[in-house]
Structure formats: structure tokens, C-alpha cells
Design a protein around this ligand. Structure first.
Ligand code: CAA
Length: 273
């Protein structure tokens, strides 16, 4: 039943057993309030496939309720080299098909597959969690967008972000365009995407793409430090505050004040009611 539902949702079923994730090139570990997702196909620079995105979506759906922080990181020399380029060949990725196969050539089907893939990235914004991308080495295309899907980016000094899609005749479609514009502004986003140029650590920090830059060897420790800070605040207040902050951009000041009042009334009731 669960498998049938997953198949219906994603067009291909994924479970999140450690064995299945290992086949896909992912690891998922939960330690109390902290979950860690590791892209684990270093020999292919953590290139991502349909199965990666489907498994990410399943991880999001089945995330234990106690989790407050989700870390996304990459094994080996790169965070992620983006989409597995075999997905643009006629052969595709074994068992997963291709964007370039006859079966996928219908516009509606292609659009649906993109929307399914996006589900792997969207849940990382959930108010109940804070997601942190720990980014080192290359973060190309879908890799850059996975980092953008997270709330915070802590990066190593060897990081290189590149929105390669326009150079390949494609658009960034894995939920990355909105956070990129929100973080760096429209002009800088146009510059980064339409030139497909590389953004290195110092620029990432300067333009607001990264919250912190540290030496490669200090990345893990920097992430642990941020997790400790995040876990020091009240869980429910943190979720309510994230909801407020996420909604701020699309509300008028008056609407935002009303939303603050509503959330605070809920908090006061929960604390003292
Ligand atoms: N897909 C499949 N395999 C990949 C890959 C990818 N995206 N990136 C790297 N690999 C493989 C290589 O083919 C190579 O495999 P073999 O050892 O079997 O030959 C292995 O990983 C190591 O690659 P390199 O030797 O190139 O590693 P490097 O450290 O010297 O360079 C890199 C790293 C700069 C990321 C380089 O591998 C590269 O440019 N990769 C392609 C990046 C790319 O164009 N990605 C697509 C972005 S667009 C996107 O993601 C689209 C979308 O969402 C719509």
C-alpha cells in the first residue's frame, strides 16, 4: 500500500531503508533532534538522479517529529555536481529512465516529473525544522539548488557555486530561483544564472549566499556550533518565529503585525494559559 502510494506520488517507489539509500547514494541518520542527510556518491561527485529526489521527498515525509535541525552535506571532494548527466542521454539512468527518452518526451509528463523532483527540496523549508547546507567543493546546478533549498548555508573556503543550467540550455527548476533572488537580489541572480559563472566563498559571503565561511577542515565543527545555537531556543517559539519570518515578504506591515499578534497570543497561551 505504502509502496503503491509512493509510486503514485513519485512515479517510482522509494523506501528510505539504509540499504536502499546506499544504492541511491544517500545516507540518512537521526540523532535526537538532529537529522543528517549525506549525499554519498563521491566517485560521481554526488550527482543526483530521480531516485535521489524521490528519496529526499520520502525522508521529508517520514522525518521523525522530534527532529529540529536537518543538515545536508556531501561526501568526498564535492557537495554535488548537480543532475546526473546520464539523465540527458537516451539510455538514462538504469531503472529510472531519462529526460531524453521517448516516454518522457510529452510536455505534460516532463512537467510532472520536474514537479515530483521539487518535492525532494521543498520540505527543507518547513517551519518545524531549520535546515543547514554544509557546502564544500563544487555545488553545481541541482547541487547549488539543494543548498539554496536549505534555510542556512555554512560553507568551506573551497566552495564554488555554479548555476550551470542556462549553459546547458535549461533553467534552474529545483526550487532554487526564488531563494536565490531573495538572498542576493534580482540583478545579482541574473548575473549568476545567465552567465553560469562560478561564485566562490568570499563572494558568497559578501552577497548573502553564505552565512559563514570556514576553512575546509573546520566545516563540521562550524555546523555543530550553529546546531547548538539553534537548539538553545524554545522549539515551538522557533517554529512560530520561522513561520512569521517566512511570511513577512509577502505581507503588508499591517498584515505582518496581525500575524505577530496571532502567533504571540498562541505562545502566551501555551506558556501561561
Ligand atoms: N553527472 C554524472 N557524472 C558526473 C557528474 C554529473 N553531473 N559530475 C561528475 N561526474 C562523474 C565524472 O563523469 C567522473 O566519472 P568517471 O570517474 O567515471 O569518469 C567522476 O564523476 C569525477 O568527475 P571529474 O573527474 O570531472 O571530477 P572533478 O573533481 O575533476 O570535477 C566537476 C568536478 C567540476 C563537478 C565536474 O565533474 C563537472 O563539471 N561535472 C558536471 C557538472 C554539471 O554540468 N552538472 C549539471 C548541472 S545542471 C543541473 O544540475 C541541471 C538541472 O537541475 C536541471
Amino acid at each position: 500500500m505504502a509502496e503503491a502510494q509512493a509510486r503514485q506520488r513519485g512515479g517510482y517507489a522509494e523506501d528510505v531503508s539504509a540499504e536502499r539509500l546506499a544504492e541511491i547514494g544517500l545516507r540518512f541518520e537521526v540523532d535526537g533532534e538532529i537529522a543528517t542527510i549525506t549525499l554519498d556518491r563521491p566517485e560521481k561527485r554526488n550527482a543526483q538522479t530521480f531516485a535521489t529526489w524521490s528519496a529526499l521527498a520520502r525522508i521529508g515525509e517520514s522525518l521523525p517529529e522530534q527532529v529540529r535541525v536537518v543538515v545536508v552535506k556531501g561526501e568526498g571532494p564535492s557537495f554535488s555536481a548537480g543532475i546526473d548527466l546520464r539523465m540527458f542521454t537516451t539510455e538514462g539512468v538504469p531503472g529510472q529512465g531519462s529526460f531524453n527518452s521517448a516516454a518522457a518526451s510529452e510536455g505534460a509528463d516532463l512537467e510532472q516529473r520536474v514537479r515530483q523532483a521539487q518535492a525532494g527540496f521543498l520540505w527543507l523549508r518547513r517551519p518545524e525544522i531549520v535546515s543547514i547546507a554544509a557546502v564544500h567543493g563544487h555545488a553545481v546546478g541541482a547541487g547549488f539548488q539543494l543548498a539554496l533549498a536549505c534555510d542556512l548555508r555554512i560553507v568551506a573556503d573551497d566552495v564554488s557555486f555554479c548555476m550551470k543550467e542556462p549553459a546547458l540550455g535549461l533553467v534552474p527548476d529545483l526550487t532554487g530561483t526564488k531563494p536565490l533572488v531573495e538572498l542576493v537580489g534580482l540583478a545579482k541572480a541574473i548575473d549568476i544564472c545567465l552567465t553560469a559563472r562560478t561564485v566562490r566563498a568570499d563572494e558568497a559571503m559578501r552577497i548573502g549566499l553564505a552565512e559563514k565561511v570556514v576553512a575546509r577542515g573546520d566545516l563540521e565543527q562550524a555546523v555543530q556550533g550553529k546546531i547548538a545555537e539553534l537548539l538553545s531556543t524554545n522549539r515551538d517559539a522557533a517554529a512560530a518565529t520561522k513561520r512569521l519570518l517566512q511570511g513577512a515578504g509577502s505581507r503588508t506591515l499591517e498584515e505582518q503585525c496581525a500575524a505577530e499578534g496571532l502567533e504571540q497570543a498562541g505562545r502566551i497561551k501555551a506558556l501561561f494559559g
